[in-house]
Design a protein around this ligand. Sequence first.
Ligand SMILES: *Cc1c(COP(=O)(O)O)cnc(C)c1O
Length: 338
Amino acid sequence: MIDLRSDTVTTPSEAMRDAARDADVGDDVYGEDPSVNELEARAADLVGTEDALYVPTGTMGNQVAARVHTERGQEVLVERESHVYKWELGGLAQHAALQVRTLDGGSRGVPTPEQVREGYVEEDAHRPGTGLLTLENTHNSKGGVAIAPEKIDAAAEAAHDLGVPVHLDGARVCNAAVARDVPVSRFTEQVDSVMFCLSKGLGAPVGSMLAGTEEFVARARRTRKLFGGGMRQAGMVAAPGLLALDNVDRLAEDHDNAQVLAEELADVDGLAVQPPETNIVLVSTESAGRSADAFLDDCEDAGVLGTQFDAHVARFCTHWDVDREDVEAAAERIRDAL
Ligand SMILES: *Cc1c(COP(=O)(O)O)cnc(C)c1O
């Protein structure tokens, strides 16, 4: 089976397993795990912030950030197809008591400064006030598009002019950096916090990082504890995460493989393929009048796994555990199946 459901399906390398076994550990709730401390320092360095916090999942990172930046009952501006809105169980309402206001970020999934200004609500006797803007890069639902840093800056500056802080859901921000050929830190110049996943294309078995100022991270550390994310000898999973930080440049291979997969699938009758910018390939089955579900069933029978994104859209994701031969074989199997 060629598993293209997600870049989360990668299994840890031998080196990561060795690193886990040999990790220096301590009780991280007391701040005494040297592996976690090193990971947090190196992650902050990568994204260009004062400090960073190791969290079990990207979801927890986003939810902790929302809670820290806001007060109960405020509004949060989110892109209407964003992960934090669509795929986190309504956590913004559950964990931070926020009311969501959605913005349509168009095909690139990023709101314009004008949209941010229009979405902003000023606090008064009747209105709750806007407490946060969240952005996402790469934008998952839009097909892993790598949003230009200038677009992130512009939306963030518009929010800041209104006194609203900005959180970047950068689960795949390293993919964006590789695709745009800029340092990861270029995307964080105008935002107040960023989350990125170690457990996706970077290949770690577990974990994400939440980064920002020292003050933000100190508050996030307390909120992580509140959410049940204070882990003890977490160096066991942080040590493989340290190796994952070395895998940023390797993401280019995933992007090249996505390109090959897209080109091959574009030749298949009945499929419309969105040209990928990173490691995500969106395939529409609409013109053939077939549901994504039925298409994915056929793919599975032929030995290829993807995920359903929409009634007529399937997603295939390239990652560390599939190489060029695998994606070529996947395209061939899908072509034969159809
Ligand atoms: C995967 C993902 C997350 C959440 O990460 P988990 O570790 O799966 O909780 C958040 N945002 C985006 C854009 C993602 O793709």
